[in-house]
Structure formats: C-alpha cells, structure tokens
Design a protein around this ligand. Sequence first.
Ligand code: NAD
Ligand code: G3P
Length: 331
Amino acid sequence: MSMALERLGVIGGGAWGTAMAQVIASDGSDVLLWARETEVVEAVNADHANPLFLPNVPLSDRIRATGDLGALADCDALVVVAPAQFLGAVLAEAPCGDRPLVLCAKGIEAGTQRLMSEVAADAAPAAPIAVLSGPTFAHEVAAGHPTAITLACADEAVGLALAERLRRPGFRPYLSQDVVGAEIGGAVKNVLAIACGVVEGAGLGQNARAALISRGFAEMTRFGLARGARAETLAGLSGLGDLVLTCSSSSSRNFSLGKGLGQGIPAADLLRDRRTVAEGAATAPVLADAARAAAVDMPIVDAVCALLAGQAMVSEVVTALLSRPLKQEGR
Ligand SMILES: NC(=O)c1ccc[n+]([C@@H]2O[C@H](COP(=O)([O-])OP(=O)(O)OC[C@H]3O[C@@H](n4cnc5c(N)ncnc54)[C@H](O)[C@@H]3O)[C@@H](O)[C@H]2O)c1
Ligand SMILES: O=P(O)(O)OC[C@H](O)CO
C-alpha cells in the first residue's frame, strides 16, 4: 500500500513532542507543532527553542508552532504526544478524521483503565492507530543521538509507511503489529522506574535496583500476557529496553520522583506545582486495579502505590517485598 504521508503534524509541545518535531524536521521536512502553552508557540516560532519543556536545545527552523488544533487539518498524519491523562480531551478537539495517529504517551487512563489506543479508537474511530514507544530520553533524541524504537501498528502496511516516513540516520524504528504489547511496556516501566528511584533515594544499593528491574520485568510480562501482549514485544525496545533506561537514570522524571520518595519527601510535595509529567504516578493506582481485576500479582506496583499514597514507609515496603512466601523464579 502506498500512502501519502508528506505533511506531518505533532500534537503536544512538551519535551517529547518537541523532540519528535525535531526528528521529523531533521531531513528538511516542514512540521507543524501544536502546543497548549502560548509561550511555547511563541518561543518555537520566534526563537526556535522551547525553554519551558526542552531547554538548551536549538530547534530546526522547519518546525512551526500553532496554538490552534484546527491548523493540523492539512496534515497527512499526526504524531500525538499529549500526556496520557489528557489524550482523550485533546483528541476530541483535534481534526483526526481518517489520518493515521502515532500515539506516543506512556500510561493508562485513570478511571477507565483504557490503554492509549483504546482512548484514541473512541475519539477517532476512522483513524489507523500506531504506537511509538521505546528508550527515548527527549533531550538525547533532539540532539540526534542514536535511538531505536518500536513502532507498532495492527495494519502492517500503515506501520511500514509510517516507519519509512519517520526513520532518520539516528532514529531507527523496529516494526511490530503488537499495539497492546508496545503500550503496556511503556506504561508499566514508568511505575517500575519510580520503584528504582526509591532504591536510589533510600541508598538501598545496586543489587536491589537490579532485582527490581528483573522482578519488575516479571510483573510487566505477567500483566502484558494477561492483556494479550506478545512476550517478544515485552522483551523488546518498548518493554525491557525502556525499563532498563528509565530505571537507571535521574534523567527520568519517574526515577527522580521515586528518588524523592526514597529520600522521605511526601509524594504530594514532589508532585505539587510541577509542569512536567511523571506518568507513573497517575498510572500506578490504575495499573494496580487493572492487575487485580485480571488476577495478576504485581507486588512492586502495589508497593509504589502505597508509597505514593503515603500509606507506608520505604522500610516497610522493602520488608514486605522480601518476606513474601518463597516461589519459583519463572512463575
Ligand atoms: N520526555 C521524554 O523523554 C519522553 C519520551 C518518550 C515518551 N514520553 C511520553 O510523552 C508524553 C508527554 O510527555 P512530555 O515529556 O512531552 O511532557 P512534558 O513533561 O515535557 O510536558 C508536559 C506536557 O503536558 C501538557 N499538558 C499539561 N496540562 C495539560 C492539559 N490539561 N491538557 C493537555 N496537555 C497538557 C503540556 O502542554 C506539555 O506538553 C508522556 O506520556 C511521556 O511519558 C516522554
Ligand atoms: O522521564 P520519564 O521517566 O518520563 O521517561 C522518559 C521516556 O519515557 C524514556 O523512554
């Protein structure tokens, strides 16, 4: 299938939307970026910069910003980077029609337990849905550092056309048809990154962090398989790859949030007045509920929920995790 994907638009002028616009513009393509904040629109257009969400990164002059979602009506495909909890509201106002949507948010919608593809399918029933996910710190991508991602789309031809349009010398998509698997990896890793940040903040050591990554991946796999994901997707870039990245660095907002919790700062203080997202904080309780509904055991996710809710001390959740009944590793 040949598909005209000449004009691309990006919805969301946060760090990742801006970095994706930079990727698209890097081969000389014009790209239209919708941002919610007037100051972002003005800074992108006047100064080729986004100091609010992606500071110290000179942006391509091929990126033009708008505060009018309707201006995206001329685009052939939309890269959608609104945070998970706002995706439905933003898409309801966007001119989606039947143009492909490339979903980039990593989270599960609170209240409804919907994955981003389910939110998008409701808001834009005629639009082919793809999910772009993987280990991608925005500032590294915007700087052109080598990056590989999963691009999942049930329609193989649409996925291939999108991958061809988005690939760049330093930005390599791997194709998948497992949309649910790509989404679950990205959503779950954010919660596990909070746990790894707690280990760092509380000074619990590198052994504990490696154990959390490994046992967290077991939780991700159990939940993903119960929701119909493929094991190889969960072990790929959008699952294990992003888990390793986000659990290893204070560049992750989720890891940093956990680090603060580990240092004994209440979640309410850490989350108050912040303009950047730590998606794992909103996803953790809804993931825990979804896991219970699916009869999937996710003790690390439950521990993160307890810490976020201020219902337990770090020492208590560590003791509780380590004193669980012994079990076979593969189960
Ligand atoms: N930053 C990264 O490195 C990165 C990489 C891959 C994926 N992501 C994912 O991309 C998504 C967006 O993250 P980001 O890093 O670009 O955001 P950000 O933290 O840099 O910026 C916050 C964003 O939230 C938007 N926002 C705030 N309130 C809103 C509202 N009421 N309605 C609509 N939008 C609102 C802001 O306009 C801004 O775009 C998240 O799901 C994140 O997990 C981020
Ligand atoms: O800063 P975080 O924790 O939202 O992580 C950013 C990206 O998801 C990493 O792939």
